[in-house]
Design a protein around this ligand. Structure first.
Ligand code: PEP
Ligand code: MG
Length: 324
């Protein structure tokens, strides 16, 4: 299979009935750039900016960030790069900025932290815009959004950043801005937000954690943490339906995107952009190229009616086994 997978690098992720999907890479380290390209990533669906912050000894300066972001944007020239604003807190602590909380998963993290530290956010936005210059492949992705005001405040800051840079004579362009759908509250607010955002990306790791009230990193409950839980699948289906009805571009960038069983459901729900670790791309591409989207839709309909994660996984595994 290894050789067969390697031959797929330049082939499209198209189903047997002609539905085309796009497979992107999740990254955060410059060292991931070449594996991403080598594995045929059609863009970066999630650039976790926490990573350069975590490996640094202190908050990286605007120039330092610009230098790092530019390398990613240039390596993927002509292909989209979804750069997420700093998502620290929760399970992603910064060594030089400890946040001590009783309940970090529900605490000061993601966009909440950033908006309370707006000079830090401004520095990051300026660095992203300068790194892109007049290239058109930068997308800005906001983590942990749960309130309308967060999107509005971010947009105002972005306006300021664009204005400042224009005044400084630096050529930049306005990038599309979208949100991670990972706090359950975001799902029912999508109709309210649709006119304010350019795309959405499902963060299935946190979405599962918050829907199921299960700590994604707690070994005691790890067995119950499952993105194939029917409540998770039904919410993902609801998001996919909304995206199709409102023509809002949708991707999914959590671990689900590289779980073959889950991918059958996602393809069946009409999700056409998946982002995962680069090394997983060839296998998922191979799976999609041997799947009919129509059959995946039937299968998705069947498992969405099932009562628990175990029977859903069993049904999906059986389907995978049938085609070897
Ligand atoms: C997610 O929550 O699904 C996600 C992709 O983001 P992270 O794993 O970085 O929280
Ligand atoms: Mg997340």
């Amino acid at each position: 299979l290894q050789g067969e997978l390697a031959e797929l690098v330049n082939e499209p992720a198209v189903t047997t009935d002609g539905e085309q999907l796009r497979l992107f890479a999740n990254t955060g380290l410059l060292a991931d750039i070449s594996p991403g390209i080598a594995n045929g990533a059609e863009g970066v669906g999630l650039y976790r900016t926490e990573m350069p912050f975590m490996v640094s000894e202190t908050f990286p300066s605007e120039d330092e960030q610009e230098y790092i972001y530019r390398q990613v944007l240039e390596a993927y020239a002509g292909k989209p790069v979804y750069m997420r604003t700093l998502d620290i807190g929760g399970d992603k602590p910064l060594p030089y900025f400890p946040i001590i909380e009783d309940n970090p998963a529900l605490g000061w993290r993601g966009i909440r932290f950033c908006l309370d530290n707006s000079s830090l956010l401004m520095t990051q936005l300026r660095a992203m815009l300068r790194a892109a210059g007049d290239a058109d492949n930068l997308r800005i992705l906001l983590p942990m959004v749960s309130n309308t005001g967060e999107i509005d405040k971010l947009r105002a800051l972005l306006d300021d950043a664009l204005e400042q840079l224009a005044e400084e004579g630096i050529a930049v362009r306005r990038p599309p801005v979208g949100i991670m759908v990972e706090v359950p509250a975001a799902i029912s607010l999508l109709p309210t937000w649709a006119s304010r955002i350019d795309f959405i990306s499902i963060g299935s790791n946190d979405l599962s954690q918050y829907l199921l009230a299960l700590d994604r990193n707690n070994p005691r409950v790890a067995a119950a943490y499952d993105h194939l839980h029917p409540a998770v699948l039904r919410e993902v289906a609801r998001i996919a339906r909304f995206a199709q009805d409102s023509k809002l571009p949708l991707s999914l960038c959590g671990e689900m995107a590289s779980d073959p069983a889950a991918v059958l459901v996602l393809a069946g729900l009409g999700i056409r952009t998946l982002s995962m670790s680069a090394s997983k791309i060839p296998r998922i591409k191979w799976l999609l190229r041997s799947t009919a989207a129509g059959e995946a839709a039937t299968l998705a309909g069947q498992v969405l009616a099932m009562e628990d994660a175990a029977s859903i996984r069993e049904a999906l595994q059986a389907n995978l086994r049938e085609r070897g």
